[in-house]
Design a protein around this ligand. Structure first.
Ligand code: SAH
Length: 349
């Protein structure tokens, strides 16, 4: 099988070209053509004849195919992508003032088994390849340009779709490098955020290997017994250990760690929970994203009433921790946080 063009970072493609005695200008031209210019057809502009031949004979350009699309009233779009082996994975475009954040999946299913997550009950089928992560972006971008030409800008990438990104470290890392490449998509590093349940083997590698992108930690409770119940890997990789690594990550001025706190009715939404969270994060480079629980068919938990969410925020405010309540978008098409499950029966919005 031919290797995919979309699996290569720019230095890797340069190495491949040099190994094959091809002109060194080729990789930059190809990145510019396929990423910056967003072209799918073969690049012929300025490329040497022997490079054109090599590329067409030796590289594969196929990408995941959009299988189904669901758009909700609030302009959220959920894509179900079909991969080459027939497995499916979901990607969500979340609108903010006519611009979009794209929520990418990193695995088909997930191995973390978090009790509140629709993807968790699906189990892990396999890791996504770099080109399958890249393809979610490029194909969603092409869909936007064709269907919403006046507002087709994707400004942020969040790895908050299906899967635990740090459990698929290598492919996610390479995808980030490709997203950041100057000749390519050229996203700024503060525009990419990787969210983790606290997968320690990945966090240990982050400092030395991951490009300069943002980290978000799914905290959900500062109390061991509760976090164990929500995120089973907490038993193996305890929060104190995870925090040591996470807190060392932010790079540069104004960089912070996002702590995601899922609010579940009568489970982790009390004043005491809020005070303990405040005490844990007080004085840190922290930013809290409060996520009211998004129910899915058969889910064991409930979303708290909005007053409860607001009073939780007020308590965190008293510890001077910047806190935002994450607006729920796309929940009627099961596109909100934690509702992705590519095996679930289709729903009609
Ligand atoms: N595996 C990564 C990223 C996936 S989910 C992680 O755990 O961080 C992105 C965010 O959505 C996480 O904070 C996750 O805990 C949250 N989430 C999962 N299920 C949810 C649900 N049913 N309602 C609201 N948020 C949920």
């Amino acid at each position: 099988m031919k290797p995919s063009f979309y699996q290569f970072t720019l230095p890797e493609l340069q190495e491949l070209f040099s190994k094959n005695n091809l002109p060194s200008s080729g990789p930059g031209l190809l990145f510019n053509w396929h990423y910056k210019k967003r072209r799918s057809e073969p690049c012929v502009v300025d490329l040497a004849k022997k490079s054109i031949r090599y590329v067409s004979e030796c590289l594969d350009f196929s990408l995941p195919i959009i299988d189904t699309i669901k758009a909700s009233e609030d302009k959220t779009v959920k894509f179900l992508f079909k991969l080459q082996d027939g497995l499916k994975v979901e990607t969500v475009l979340i609108p903010f003032n006519n611009k979009y954040t794209i929520c990418l999946s990193s695995q088909v299913g997930c191995a973390m088994k978090c009790s509140f997550c629709h993807t968790g009950i699906q189990g892990l089928s396999r890791n996504l390849k770099t080109e399958e992560i890249i393809g979610q972006f490029t194909e969603s971008q092409k869909w936007l340009t064709q269907n919403r030409p006046n507002d087709d800008k994707i400004l942020n990438i969040v790895f908050m779709g299906q899967g635990e990104p740090l459990h698929n470290f290598d492919a996610v890392k390479k995808a980030c490098e490709i997203f950041l490449t100057k000749h390519g998509l050229c996203l700024a590093d503060q525009k990419i955020t990787i969210s983790t349940a606290g997968y320690l083997p990945g966090l240990e590698r982050w400092q030395d290997e991951m490009p300069n992108v943002n980290i978000a930690l799914s905290l959900h409770s500062p109390i061991k017994e509760k976090r164990d119940q929500l995120i089973p890997i907490n038993k193996r990789y305890p929060l104190e250990e995870v925090l040591k690594y996470v807190e060392a990550i932010p790079n540069g001025k104004n960089r912070f760690v996002t702590y995601e706190y899922l609010l579940i009715d009568k489970f982790n939404d009390s004043d005491e929970d809020a005070h303990l969270t405040g005490k844990l994060l007080e004085g840190k480079n922290a930013y809290v994203s409060l996520i009211p629980f998004n129910p899915f068919p058969g889910s064991p938990f409930k979303r708290p009433i909005m007053e409860k969410v607001k009073s939780f925020k007020l308590i965190l405010d008293s510890y001077k921790i910047p806190t935002l309540i994450r607006a729920t978008k796309g929940d009627e098409i099961l596109a909100a946080c934690g509702q992705l499950n590519s095996k679930a029966p289709a729903i009609t919005p």
